[in-house]
Design a binder for this molecule. Structure first.
Ligand code: HDD
Length: 697
């Protein structure tokens, strides 16, 4: 039997809980908690009951309202791209684009257009980790002076399928298998590879998703693409085809697959946190917008159909025109209100930008509008603040669920003669479509010009560095090893043999499957296209530590002066330096000064950093060498090809962790050591170490 509360608590009207000392109350009516209908609440801790130990009363409207609202806090998550992170910012052109488009926001470098960007993974649910092997969504809403323009793209310039008709099948196959409800956020399962291996059009995109593009280091370090070919139209009515590209100012970088697997456990919010923190710290993520612009003739001269979303245009053929910059400088105030409720619509375009007849895009123009109706509960989702245009909007659409506006007057139609002040058509400034001549037979058929599924897959593989090719082979081997049905593996190996014999042999060896792969007859024999080095991440990797993280492990008795120099050097490079100590309370340097840590040894494993430094005292190194967390910290850094700066006293730990000397191990005896360390770490990982440690399989 519970003990009875003290008499004071039983009788008191002003002390609503037994934990009164922790309660914050106010006498100021202005600050009073209220119900949704404005009734001030006297007690937010206790249900209205028949006696302090009696049953709850149904009349407790305060409780019922609060619980009802809570019960309905979630809306359906996105069917794809459920896991996302958003940010506010602006876009600005470097020069007027009047030569190719009349879009108002692209006319003048003085115009800063407000934007909201949402990055996402595709396959996993809203609560899944940030680092599955997956495509990343890169959706931008431009709040222009002539209406909202949404560029709803990905970090990969091509797509799995050529026709929207296949989208539900593609998505069903990659998401959790419907009977089991797993795997979550992973393409490594039979259903996905069954569908993919039966869909040769997916081959090019598969090369990208098996590449390091699908495991980015940071959302600030991904490229973005509009994927489809769009049109731009200038004031004279001249139209060009365009492809959109976002280029990250920090350069591209990826994690290793082994890191991705571990990061998902150590920090499932790795990307979301990184984006949030960088904006919070004023290190605003930035991208440049690049356009590939071509007229009809140039488009017709390409050796594939520009309406086919499984193809890209190599930059070596049509170079990028860099036209402006996107800066993300403000975190959302509320995740649900903004990032969750933002509704992107590829059909949101503005005067001067138009669709092409890409059949995938055409299907998207319907799907997104439709999906918002079920996610956001009706046709008025454009009134939600994050979706509302910043320019004036007025029409005669009325009523509907979630209507927030109160239109005045009797006129709700057009034309009308009652009120000449009501909105009217505007032929002069209104949106018009470029008059494209169309003539065709009603037909349900794929164009023959979409039939080459292998040439660009081969182009991609052959444009990679040796290291990147090995990663692609490893990724295929990892995924296919999880496929239980042998026939699917053999079918997939059949496709890889068409793409490139080295790819096929590499994957077959890694799987240990020497059985004959399926013989697949391509609809069109692939051609050898000239490689496009600009598709490689490593070919373009900048030498920089900007936006990168240095993890510095310290133990009691460490060299404080060395840390001070290191801090200065890191700041100069615009890198973030984070201190890790055996305990988060920190460690004292040789002079006895306590330095607080940003993380503990087990809570901040070395996988969370781009490069590491061991600032250990002799006793500290001896001690960590006896702990698996210490040994793992170092052996992982080595296995992940990181540059490791270390004091000579750290050697015992390096030895126990199995670290072999190479060019990525930099002794830090003095300032010169730090200089060498920084210069080496700027180049990223020590790729030469990889073949000595790993082989695909
Ligand atoms: Fe999609 C969301 C990108 C093909 C149907 N898609 C969605 C998002 C991105 C993309 C970035 C998330 C937007 C956000 O952050 O809220 N989708 C693409 C790209 C595609 C593509 C680059 C091919 C080039 N999508 C595609 C097709 C269909 C859809 C062919 C359907 C016919 N996509 C949807 C959707 C989603 C979506 C189901 C889920 C939530 C939403 O739209 O608002 O309607």
């Amino acid at each position: 039997m519970p003990s009875r509360p003290p008499a004071s608590a039983r009788t008191s009207k002003t002390t609503p809980s037994l934990l009164a000392e922790t309660h914050q109350q106010t006498d100021d009516k202005k600050n009073a908690l209220t119900t949704n209908h404005g009734v001030p609440i006297s007690d937010n801790q206790n249900t209205l009951k028949a006696g302090v130990r009696g049953p709850a009363l149904l009349e407790d409207f305060v409780l019922r309202e609060k619980i009802t609202h809570f019960d309905h806090e979630r809306i359906p998550e996105r069917i794809v791209h459920a896991r996302g992170s958003g940010a506010h910012g602006f876009f600005q052109v470097y020069e007027s684009l009047a030569d190719i488009t009349k879009a108002a926001f692209l006319q003048d470098p003085k115009i800063k257009t407000e934007v909201f960007v949402r990055f996402s993974t595709v396959a996993g649910g809203a609560g899944s980790g940030d680092l599955p092997r997956d495509v990343r969504g890169f959706a931008t809403k431009f709040y222009t002076s002539e209406g909202n323009y949404d560029l709803v793209g990905n970090n990969i310039p091509v797509f799995f399928i050529q026709d929207a008709m296949k989208f539900p099948d593609l998505v069903h196959s990659v998401k959790m298998e419907p009977d089991k409800g797993f795997p979550q956020a992973a393409s490594a399962h039979d259903n996905f590879w069954d569908f993919a291996s039966l869909s040769p059009e997916s081959m090019h995109m598969l090369m990208w998703t098996m590449s390091d593009r699908a495991i980015p280091r940071s959302l600030r370090m991904i490229e973005g693409f509009g994927v489809h070919t769009f049109r731009m139209v200038n004031a004279q009515g001249v139209s060009h085809f365009v492809k959109f590209h976002w280029r990250p100012k920090l350069g591209m970088a990826s994690v290793l697959w082994d890191e991705a697997v571990k990061i998902n456990g150590a920090d499932p919010d790795f990307h979301r946190r990184d984006l949030w923190d960088s904006i919070l710290n004023g290190d605003f993520p930035e991208w440049e917008l690049g356009l590939q612009v071509m007229d009809e003739k140039a488009a017709a001269a390409l050796d594939f159909d520009i309406l086919d979303p499984t193809k890209l245009i190599p930059e070596e053929i049509i170079p990028l025109r860099i036209v402006g910059r996107l800066v993300l400088n403000r975190n959302p105030d509320n995740f649900f209100a903004e990032t969750e409720q933002v509704a992107f619509l590829p059909s949101n375009i503005v005067s001067g930008i138009e669709f092409s007849n890409d059949p995938l895009l055409q299907g998207r123009l319907f799907s997104y509008q439709d999906t918002q109706l079920s996610r956001l509960g009706g046709p008025n989702f454009h009134q939600i603040p994050v979706n509302a245009p910043r320019c004036p909007m007025h029409n005669f659409q009325r009523d509907g669920l979630r209507q927030m506006e109160v239109p005045k007057g009797r006129v709700n139609y057009e034309p009308n003669s009652f009120d000449t002040g009501t909105p009217r058509e505007c032929p002069m400034h209104g949106f018009t479509s470029v008059p494209e001549e169309l003539d065709g037979t009603k037909i349900r058929k794929r164009s023959e010009t979409f039939a080459d599924h292998y040439s660009q897959a081969r182009l991609f593989f052959r444009s990679m560095t040796e290291t990147e090719q090995q990663h692609i082979i490893s990724a295929f081997a990892f995924e296919l090893a999880k496929v239980e049905t042998k026939a699917i593996r053999l079918r997939m190996l059949g496709h890889l043999a068409i793409i490139d014999p080295a790819l096929h042999t590499g994957v077959a060896d890694a799987l240990g499957m020497s059985d004959a792969a399926d013989t697949i007859q391509p609809a069109v024999q692939p051609r050898d296209l000239p490689p496009s080095p600009s598709l490689s991440i490593l070919n373009k990797a900048p030498s920089t530590l900007q936006g990168r993280k240095i993890g510095v492990l310290i133990t009691d008795g460490f060299d404080g002066a060395l840390l001070a120099t290191l801090r200065k050097s890191a700041a100069k490079e615009k890198a973030t330096l984070m201190i890790v100590a055996p305990k988060v309370g920190g460690a004292t340097d040789a002079e006895g000064t306590l330095v607080e840590a940003d993380g503990s040894l087990s809570g901040s494993p070395s996988i969370l950093f781009d490069t590491v430094v061991l600032l250990l005292s002799a006793e500290g190194a001896q001690d960590l060498a006896t702990l698996s967390s210490g040994v793992d910290w170092v052996s992982n850094a080595f296995a992940h090809l990181k540059i490791i700066g270390h004091t000579p006293a750290s050697q015992p730990l390096l030895d126990i962790a199995g670290v072999r000397p190479d060019d990525g191990l930099i002794p830090l005896e003095n300032d010169k050591g730090i200089k060498t360390y920084i210069a080496t770490a700027k180049n990223g990982r020590l790729w030469q170490r990889e073949p000595t440690l790993r082989r695909p399989g």
